[in-house]
Design a protein around this ligand. Structure first.
Ligand SMILES: [Zn+2]
Length: 337
């Protein structure tokens, strides 16, 4: 089937689990009620995706407050009690945890979540993890004193985690690397290699997601500085084309990315972002189909999946539901259905 549909990863959380339309909102439940609430939220996320007609579903990242730090909370060597203010992706300041010693993974972080996701749906499932470079960029490092060394340590940890997630029966593991759109020299020198280390030997499909971020003010301001054509992917895609990673998830809809850059991805599967997550306006199926048709003039149609530009967690549930339906309907339209 041409143009299977999937999402970048996250969906809004129900109002009883966390404050709506807020990034990184704290949990509104505790203890066993929180554990049950997260599982119910995953069930709802699956229901919304399946009812909309999404083919490859995720858990909507309903069990995480933040796509990077929730994973890091499960590791040793990181001090969350004494945070430091750092500049994230050269763009905005945030209070972040401190790497205070060697990082280590003493127990699985998401394996149970992956088993639950696999058990709750008959559809193909995708599980998301942060990429090594983006993890490094979300911390203050007081131990390794080297972004590259810390990235390699994280890559080994991610690989151990990903192997257990794959063993749960997931079809795709995606690493989120928005930092790849910022630090081009590091991407070339060690970023892609660290990503490959994280994905090494996995029995499932592997993917990397690279985007221009949520529609938060800092990102909107940053995008204004990028000029009329966003050519950031031009540096990274040829490197990814030569990598062991199977799929690349990227931003297209409403962005100033010249679509012809996707031709640089060689034989990779291309997850075309046909839904803008920085706008409340719900795309029409015709718009989604037009984006997919434009992509299909540049890469083989059988290598294209219909996807969102990024996660939908900052949107209202109603808008996200509309966008899910537009995505699936647009993909069906593009395949002539
Ligand atoms: Zn993204």
């Amino acid at each position: 089937m041409l143009f299977p549909s999937t999402i970048a990863g996250s969906l809004p959380k129900p109002a009883w689990l966390a404050q709506p339309q807020a990034l990184w909102a704290p949990w509104l439940l505790e203890g066993e009620a929180l554990a049950q609430g997260k599982r119910d939220a995953v069930r709802l996320a699956l229901f919304e995706q399946e009812r909309a007609g999404i083919d490859i579903v995720t858990d909507g990242e309903q069990t995480r407050r933040h796509f990077v730090t929730t994973f890091i909370e499960g590791l040793e060597g990181v001090d969350f009690a004494h945070k430091r203010t750092v500049r994230i992706r050269n763009r905005y300041d945030a209070d972040v945890p401190v790497v205070a010693g060697p990082v280590a993974r003493r127990h699985p972080v998401y394996a149970e979540d992956a088993r639950f996701l696999r058990a709750e749906t008959g559809r193909r499932v995708k599980f998301t993890l942060p990429g090594p470079m983006t993890m490094v960029d979300t911390l203050h490092d007081a131990h390794y004193r080297s972004r590259e060394k810390l990235a390699w340590a994280f890559a080994e940890i991610l690989n151990a985690e990903a192997r257990e997630i794959a063993a749960a029966g997931v079809d795709v593991i995606q690493f989120d690397e928005p930092a790849f759109n910022v630090y081009f020299d590091e991407v070339r020198d060690w970023g892609v290699a660290a990503l490959e280390r994280a994905a090494q030997g996995l029995p499932c499909t592997t993917a990397v997601h690279i985007c221009y971020g949520y529609g938060i003010a800092a990102n909107v301001e940053w995008k204004k500085t990028l000029g009329s054509e966003w050519r950031q992917y031009e540096a990274t895609f040829p490197l990814l084309a030569r990598s062991t990673i199977g799929q690349v998830s990227l931003e297209c809809q409403n962005s100033r990315v010249p679509l012809d850059l996707i031709a640089l991805l060689g034989d990779k599967d291309v997850l075309v972002g046909a839904i803008d997550v920085a706008s409340e306006r719900v795309e029409t199926p015709e718009e989604v189909a037009a984006t997919l048709a434009a992509a299909a003039r540049l890469v083989a149609p059988e290598r294209i999946q219909a996807c969102t530009n990024c996660g939908m967690v900052p949107l209202s549930r109603e808008v996200a539901r509309g966008k899910l339906r537009a995505l699936a309907a647009g993909a069906a339209l593009a395949r002539g259905g």
